[in-house]
Design a protein around this ligand. Structure first.
Ligand code: FES
Length: 105
């Protein structure tokens, strides 16, 4: 199991928005859903659209390329069930947001 790595600070990402960052070379999209943080791989499994630049509505992000929708809490694609995006574990420690690769990745 990999270690948690600090990637951002609380306040860097406003509720209802997301941010693209790098976790040891892996592009990750980190979202703030009403004060709770969720992280998925930034690359859309359809054609690699940047999910971190998508529009977040509740816990659903819409890919900016072809508008497929993904639940950021589960990684499931709501548009095409064959697609799923990798999730990352998120931990908040004081003002720091830390990530690590999820056990189910
Ligand atoms: S690249 Fe994301 S929906 Fe096509």
């Amino acid at each position: 199991m990999s270690e948690f790595v600090k990637v951002a600070r609380v306040g860097d990402i406003q509720p209802g928005s997301g941010k693209t960052l790098n976790l040891r070379g892996t592009p990750v999209a980190l979202f703030n859903v009403d004060g709770q943080y969720f992280a998925i791989h930034n690359s859309c499994p359809h054609e690699d659209g940047p999910l971190g630049e998508g529009t977040l509505c509740g816990c659903v992000v819409t890919c900016p390329v072809h508008a497929y929708e993904f639940d950021v809490t589960s990684g499931e694609c709501l548009t095409e069930s064959a697609y799923r995006v990798e999730r990352f574990e998120v931990r908040v420690d004081g003002d720091d947001i830390l990530l690590r690769q999820s056990a189910d990745a």
